[in-house]
Design a protein around this ligand. Structure first.
Ligand SMILES: [Zn+2]
Length: 188
């Protein structure tokens, strides 16, 4: 039978061994990384038992997540602004909404133009029912209703995005937009 002292000693040794293995793994990884950067990620080749040379695929680097993160933050801010501005009232059937019944609906859909996805002027509060059964079933009617009821907003939107090319949004533009939304949110 193991005495407690012996057991604790074994435990300590096991812990040390674990730590040592961990450090070794980290070192090996660092070495691998350094070698990869030295070879500028040339594709590795391996030979199989028949002598055929196989080229290993080089793993693609993941894109930085900061872009995604800031988009998410902008979206949250934009929604907050829209809820405040529309006073939590469905802009179609005029029913007060809250929580899961409260949707921030895009006038110009995100799939059509990503640039307007984070703009509170392109969003309005709709209840769950109107969002699904009116906005998504009759998008043209919903769009026309918007341009008629809020012609000013529509004009601003058109002007705001005139010089902004469609497609990807740069991180600097996103950062600028984030501070703009923050100020806007504090004021309203
Ligand atoms: Zn509604």
């Amino acid at each position: 039978m193991l005495s407690l002292d012996k057991y604790n000693k074994h435990k300590g040794e096991r812990k040390q061994e674990k730590e040592r293995l961990k450090q070794e793994k980290i070192k090996a990884k660092q070495k691998e990384k350094a070698q990869l950067s030295l070879t500028k990620q040339k594709p590795k080749t391996t030979q199989n038992y028949k002598g055929a040379i196989k080229v290993q695929k080089v793993k693609k680097k993941k894109k930085p997540t900061s872009n995604k993160k800031i988009k998410k933050q902008c979206m949250l801010l934009a929604k907050q602004i829209v809820y405040k501005r529309d006073k939590d009232i469905c802009q179609h059937c005029k029913v007060p909404v809250s929580w899961s019944n409260r949707h921030a609906s895009h006038v110009i859909p995100v799939s059509m133009d990503w640039r307007l996805a984070l703009d509170p002027l392109n969003m309005k509060v709709l209840c769950y029912h109107c969002h699904l059964n009116w906005r998504h079933k009759h998008p043209i009617e919903a769009g026309e209703r918007f341009t008629k009821t809020f012609p000013k907003r529509w004009e601003i939107l058109k002007e705001r995005y005139a010089d902004w090319p469609k497609g990807s949004i740069s991180i600097t533009r996103l950062e600028e937009w984030f501070t703009f939304l923050q100020n806007y949110n504090e004021k309203c």
